[in-house]
Design a binder for this molecule. Structure first.
Ligand code: NDP
Length: 335
């Protein structure tokens, strides 16, 4: 799957191209590279940023028109020049949106220590989005038992896990999502105390007041825009906003302004952004803890699996229209 052209505004399927090409990938003699077979590919909102050209470097490079997109994926090593990997090893990490990839720096890959779970979980609950939920909630928001927590895009890959981690911590949790089906999932499957469909609310401030008569201690921010403005009005003194993402802004040519920023001053709010990659060094500890929660049934997980690499562009674009129910990923091969 390649990028056809740089994108402005909402991405379309034909901004990408599914190219049939045959190449014999092999580890160059003497190199520490590895050839992997990609089993599952992740579709993530941050990939939208990479589809535009930026003058200043960001935390991830822009995609290049004509070149294969890269993404987090679950892969099987088929050939290795790296002493740490052998054929058959299961890994997750940055790979190409293609069937096989020559990974030049296999040390960036993570080993899969719990193959007893569905391997696709390593694109989500046991992979990058899981770690995002974990560090964004515990390290950034620093929750305490009994606090009031609000999560936006709450049924998605990150949001569903933040809500459940908040329940494990003993917090009161409310989520917002963009359909009644998703709201139902939040309440019945993920154990949120309350939830609302933001697309059906005329007044987000009133919706938040209804759900949090005593205010919000922690906001896990996934969407930005009007929701952030309404949340700021409802934050409690010394509340924390964990700035994870702003998906409502990713396709706008002019980002919306935040009108209620003075609430941050008046209420002594701490707003802190984070990038999950800074926490990759803590992955092993996270993997063990999350695997434990899954085994004990304390965390449940919903994913939206699209079959076939040729459906990657549609799956990726669907994120920006809320078509995914749970973590969006593409199944390329089963083994
Ligand atoms: P999701 O699985 O939540 O999928 C995206 C969801 O966002 C959609 O399903 C949709 O749900 C919602 N959405 C789309 N457009 C809008 C809009 N205009 N307004 C409100 N909601 C919208 O994605 P992830 O869980 O993977 O990512 C969630 C957030 O976390 C994103 O902002 C992402 O960029 C960020 N992130 C940040 C990381 C970091 O290191 N800081 C790492 C990983 C993710 P709905 O139907 O509810 O509208």
């Amino acid at each position: 799957v390649t990028l056809k052209r740089y994108v402005t505004g909402f991405p379309a399927e034909d901004d990408m191209e599914v190219v049939a090409a045959t190449a014999r990938l092999a580890v160059p003699p003497g190199s520490a590279a590895a050839v992997v077979k990609n089993l599952y590919l992740s579709c993530d909102p941050y990939m939208r940023g990479r589809m535009s050209r930026h003058d200043e470097a960001s935390y991830v490079p822009d995609f290049v028109p004509g070149e294969v997109l890269t993404t987090f994926g679950v892969s099987k090593v088929v050939e290795s020049g790296h002493p740490g990997y052998k054929p058959g090893d299961l890994v997750w990490g940055m790979t190409g949106c293609e069937e096989y990839t020559l990974v030049t720096n296999p040390e960036t890959l993570f080993r899969i220590s719990h193959p007893e779970f569905p391997l696709s979980y390593y694109t989500g609950v046991l992979g990058m989005p899981g770690l995002t939920a974990y560090v964004g909630f515990f390290d950034v928001a620093k929750p305490k038992k009994g606090e009031y927590v609000f999560v936006s895009a709450a049924s998605g890959a990150v949001g569903q896990l933040v809500g459940q981690l908040a329940k494990i911590t003993g917090c009161y949790v409310v989520g917002s999502a963009g359909s009644d089906e998703k709201v139902n999932l939040l309440k019945t499957k993920f154990g949120f105390d309350n939830a609302f469909n933001y697309k059906k609310e005329h007044d987000l401030n009133a919706a938040l007041k209804r759900c949090f008569p005593e205010g919000i201690d922690i906001y896990f921010e996934n969407v930005g825009g009007a929701m952030l403005d309404a949340v700021l009005l409802n934050m409690r003194l010394r509340g924390r906003v964990s700035m994870c993402g702003l998906i409502s802004q990713y396709n706008l040519e002019e980002p919306e302004g935040v009108r209620n920023l003075f609430c941050v001053v008046a209420k002594r709010i701490r707003m802190e952004g984070f990038i999950v990659m800074d926490y990759f060094g803590t992955y092993g500890k996270f993997e063990e803890e999350m695997a434990g929660y899954l085994k004990e049934g304390k965390i449940t997980y919903v994913e939206d699996v699209v079959e076939g690499i040729e459906n990657t562009p549609a799956a990726l674009i669907g994120l920006f229209h809320g078509r995914n129910v749970g973590k969006q990923l593409v199944a390329v091969a089963r083994e």
